[in-house]
Ligand binder design. Structure first.
Ligand code: C2E
Ligand code: MG
Ligand code: MG
Ligand code: MG
Length: 289
């Protein structure tokens, strides 16, 4: 209450109130997104892009993460961090995930080698029994090996209903697929639960990478997370590597895998196919010589 009084007293009346304008704009946009989603032809308007993950020890792409893309005829391109949450709140996420997953798996069936497909699991899917079973049967029906499938989950999704989430995670493991914690380090209790979950990998949030070059503390945190992974036999993907400087520093820290614009931006299905053909073709050629 004291703060409210402070702001009321000191607010300069000639200046626009950014907060309420921004808030109004968001409410308006959210309802437009919600309407757009409700009327969307998901099969037509939704697509997936794929962002390669570089394995630093192997020196090649080890897998790709599927990222949702929505082109709405009324709204244009809408970013997933805007529409996924609204799809969750409106109950559209179940059907949406199935559409996205089917598209992702269909593409991944065309990829060479042992490349993995990572798919972001929404909080709702993680807390709705049956949702993951349906995704797993989509993969089985498409003939994509479940051992090459990685589900990315976030800490907050797990903590919503720990017991249900744990059951779903066990189901994933029993099916032979893998689990990665996404945006690791941004939650509040990362260390408190990480050993209680049947996980295979951590994906370090890109906020640690952003200032790693100029901030020794970020480098220390990164080093600690890499040690944690080493000690717990978890794979570790460092996300959001954009520059040569960041890349050099992160390789020096001993990171096993990186993902980010430095290596590749997310690619359309067609471009992914082409890039993988070239990458794995060259590798075969150099092995032969
Ligand atoms: P995420 O799973 O952490 O995905 C990584 C995001 O970081 C992607 O944004 C990617 O384009 C972006 N990114 C990758 N490398 C870099 C980099 O070097 N620099 C910067 N600045 N950004 C980079 P995108 O595609 O906008 O996705 C945002 C989030 O939306 C994802 O974060 C994920 O939480 C969610 N999302 C995306 N697709 C799906 C989906 O199919 N299902 C669900 N449930 N969530 C999804
Ligand atoms: Mg992800
Ligand atoms: Mg992430
Ligand atoms: Mg994220």
């Amino acid at each position: 209450a004291d703060y409210a009084l402070y702001f009321a007293k000191h607010h300069n009346k000639s200046e626009p109130v950014f907060f309420s304008q921004e808030h109004e704009r968001l409410v308006f946009e959210n309802s437009a997104i919600e309407q757009g989603l409700r009327h969307a032809d998901l099969e037509k308007e939704m697509s997936v892009e794929f962002q390669p993950v570089l394995d630093l020890h192997a020196g090649h792409t080890s897998g790709l993460e599927a990222l949702a893309r929505w082109y709405s005829p009324t709204l244009g391109n809408v970013r997933p961090d805007r529409f996924i949450q609204i799809a969750e709140n409106t109950g559209i996420i179940g059907r949406l995930s199935e559409v996205l997953f089917r598209k992702a798996v269909t593409e991944a069936c065309q990829w060479p080698g042992k490349l993995t497909l990572s798919f972001n699991l929404s909080a709702v899917s993680l807390n709705t029994p049956g949702a993951v079973s349906r995704l797993l049967s989509i993969a089985r029906r498409a003939g994509f090996p479940l051992s090459r499938l990685v589900f990315e989950i976030t800490e907050s999704a797990v903590l919503k209903d720990f017991e249900t989430a744990l059951e779903v995670l066990e189901e994933i493991k029993t099916a032979g697929a893998r689990i990665a914690i996404d945006d690791f380090g941004t939650g509040f209790s990362s260390l408190a639960y990480v050993h209680r979950l049947p996980i295979d990998a951590l994906k370090v949030d890109r906020s640690f990478v952003r200032d790693v070059v100029h901030n020794e503390k970020s480098a220390n945190v990164l080093r600690s997370i890499l040690d944690l992974c080493e000690n717990m036999s978890l794979s570790c993907v460092v996300e959001g590597v954009e520059t040569q400087e960041q890349f050099d520093l992160i390789s020096d820290l001993g990171a096993g895998q990186i993902q980010g614009f430095y290596y590749s931006k997310p690619l359309s299905g067609g471009d992914t196919h082409m890039v993988l053909q070239i990458e794995f073709h060259d590798q075969l050629m150099s092995l032969a010589s």
